[in-house]
Design a binder for this molecule. Structure first.
Ligand code: NAP
Length: 301
């Protein structure tokens, strides 16, 4: 099957790239190993995407998907295994098919960073979660901990509090990284914060029942009873495909692009969280639009 443009990954960047690609006249295909929307599906509330004062991440992703579907077919649950380069065309091999394309946009996003402590893998889905909107409901009226000090952790803490959980935020320093607006909301919500603290172990039997907390300032260690642990300590790039293709990345594994979203490979572009920088939905959309426009310029312009 021949295409002009194949977009890999359908977070906000990939969705926008697909839409701009097709609208500019490129025969475009959009693929995702999971479902459309990427990590924005997990955002409890988005308040900084222009046009929507307050909207749930899943709702926004659904609206974007609906809009993209007007233009182009979206192949969800189709993982790209390999992209092979050729003089004029690239071969995109998925678990279901093989496609030929003149240009590729990589928008594979990021995945949740793991804490790396004992019990984390063992209790995943049994008290440990990386997504409050997905799993918070099961912890209503229970005591949960949110680990992290960034925008995501504070948003998760606020969401959990709002649905009726008793929430404690644990942060490894005594200053949050989250934006001031969120910090103000956190304070107003009366959420307890344990500063200078790290979790060294998550314990339980059939499900999580406690965590071991180490106080970095005093050197004390204690066991705190909890029903749920929400780990929200940032993200890591999903760069397996970029590595396989030989795309240049920075030392943290994010794809390096120029201002036109071009990578070091001819007719290969990158957009969204996989490029690092300011990771916001509005930025991802902008980069997706630029990437598809650059593909158009390079192919037909
Ligand atoms: P982040 O900004 O990288 O924050 C990660 C937090 O986890 C930091 O507070 C960090 O501590 C802590 N942390 C990292 N590794 C840790 C470890 N091993 N143990 C304990 N704590 C650890 O990640 P994020 O909150 O997921 O946000 C990612 C990006 O998305 C950011 O650019 C953010 O602005 C954006 N975002 C925006 C919104 C929004 O509403 N505008 C919402 C969500 C995300 P330190 O502070 O000590 O480094």
């Amino acid at each position: 099957m021949k295409r002009d443009l194949i977009v890999v990954g359908t977070g906000p960047a990939g969705i926008t790239a697909g839409m701009y690609g097709l609208r500019s006249g490129l025969e475009t295909l959009v693929l995702d190993k999971g479902i459309c929307g990427g990590l924005s599906n997990e955002a409890p509330i988005i308040e900084n995407y222009p046009g929507f004062k307050k909207i749930g991440g899943m709702e926004l992703a659904e609206k974007m998907k609906e809009q993209l579907s007007e233009y182009v077919s979206i192949n969800e649950l189709e993982e790209v295994k390999k992209v092979g380069s050729g003089a004029e065309e690239m071969t995109v091999i998925t678990e279901k098919d093989t496609y030929h394309t003149k240009a590729v946009v990589i928008s594979t996003g990021t995945k949740h960073r793991k804490l790396g402590v004992k019990g984390e893998d063992e209790y995943l889905g049994r008290g440990i979660s990386y997504c409050a909107t997905c799993d918070g409901f099961f912890f209503r009226n229970k005591h949960v901990m949110v680990i992290g000090g960034g925008d995501s952790a504070v948003r998760e803490a606020l969401y959990l509090k709002n649905i009726g959980c008793e929430v404690t935020l644990i942060h490894r320093r005594e200053k949050l990284r989250a934006e001031q607006y969120l910090q103000k909301n956190l304070k107003e919500a009366g959420i307890r914060i344990l500063w200078n603290s790290v979790i060294t172990e998550i314990k339980g039997d059939t499900a999580v029942s406690s965590v071991v907390r180490y106080d970095k300032k005093t050197g004390d260690e204690d066991v705190l009873p909890v029903a749920g642990v929400f780990i929200s300590i940032g993200e890591e790039p999903v760069n397996g495909l970029a590595t396989q293709m030989g795309i240049m990345m920075d030392k943290s594994g994010y794809i390096i692009t120029d201002k036109s979203q071009r990578t070091n490979l001819k007719r290969v572009y990158a957009a969204g969280d996989i490029t690092g920088g300011v990771r916001q939905i509005v930025v991802a959309c902008a980069e997706g639009a630029i990437a598809a426009s650059s593909a158009y310029d390079d192919l037909l312009g």
